[in-house]
Design a binder for this molecule. Sequence first.
Ligand SMILES: [Ca+2]
Ligand SMILES: [Ca+2]
Ligand SMILES: [Ca+2]
Length: 316
Amino acid sequence: MSTIGDISYRTKWILSKRYIQAIIVIALAGVFELDGNIVKDSSGTFPTDWGALFDSSGVTQPLPQGALDAHWVNDGPHAVTDLTTFTTGSKDTLDIANAGWQCTPSGNLTPKDDILHAYSFAIVPQFGPRMGHLLVYGGFERFTNNGAGDLGLWLLQDPTVACSSTKGAVSFTGAHAVGDVLFVGEFSTGGTVTTLNAFKWVGGSSPLMNITATGGADCRTAPDTANYCSRSNTVSISTPWSSQDKTSGPNTLATAEFFEVGIDLTGLFGSNAPCINRFIFDTRTSPSVTATLKDYAEGALATCPTSTISTTVLRL
Ligand SMILES: [Ca+2]
Ligand SMILES: [Ca+2]
Ligand SMILES: [Ca+2]
C-alpha cells in the first residue's frame, strides 16, 4: 500500500451473511486520509482529511503544521446553469492560450460528468516517510454514478488561468508553462480507480510527456514507493457541506461519486518541482489525453507562497 501522506488507513471490508464490518488498520503515521471519504476519521492533527480543512460553508480552516494552502470550490448544484464547462474542441494537448481552451455555460451537462465541488490542499510534512516533500492533494464530487468516472487534474503554474462564461464560447485567460502537470484517470461504478497516469507539459508539437516515475491508480493496491495514487468511494458517504447528488438524500454521495488523489511532487520531480498556483479538475469522455473535455472546476493552490517557507523547511 502506498504511503503518500496517508496512508495510514487500510480499510478491509469483510463480508458475511449478516453484516459488513470495516476494519481500519493503522499502518503508518501519515499526513492525509486517502480513504475514499471526506470526513476526518482519525483523532489528533494527522492524518487530516477534507472535512477538517474546510467548514460547512467551504471556508478554509486554520491549517495544520507544514500546510501551504487549501481551497474549496463550489461548482454546483446540478439544477443551476454551470458557467464553467469546456466547449468541444478544448483538449489537454492544446495550449490554453490562443483559444486552445474555451469555456461556455451549460444547463444540461451529462449528469455523470457534472462536478459539484472540488478542493485542493498542499503541505510539506514535518514528519514521516515523506518529510520535507511537497505533497499535493485534490478531490471532487460528481452528480451521479451511472457510468465510470473519467477525470483530469491539471496543476498549473500560471495563476491567471481562468474562464467563466454567461453566454457563448469564451477563451481562457493564462497559458501553459513548461512543467505543468496533468493527471488523467478513471474509476469504476464500484469505486475502484482503474487508471491514473501522469504527464508533464513540455510544449512543442508533442506537448505532453508521460511521467514514468512510480505511481499507482488505486491507493489500496499502489506500491509503497508510489508518488501518486487515488481513491473513489466504494460505499455511500456523507459530506460536511451542502451537497446534493441525483439519487441520495441531502449531503450524501452514492458509491463512485467522490474522487481524491495524493501526489508527491518532490518524488516526481526532486528539487525541481514546479510552483503550482492553480488546479483544475475536469470530467471527460475517457482517460485519454485526447478525450473530449466536459465540466471543470478551477481554483487556487499556491505551493510556493514565499521563499521564506522553503528556506525554513530546508533548515529544519
Ligand atoms: Ca479522504
Ligand atoms: Ca477520512
Ligand atoms: Ca463547472
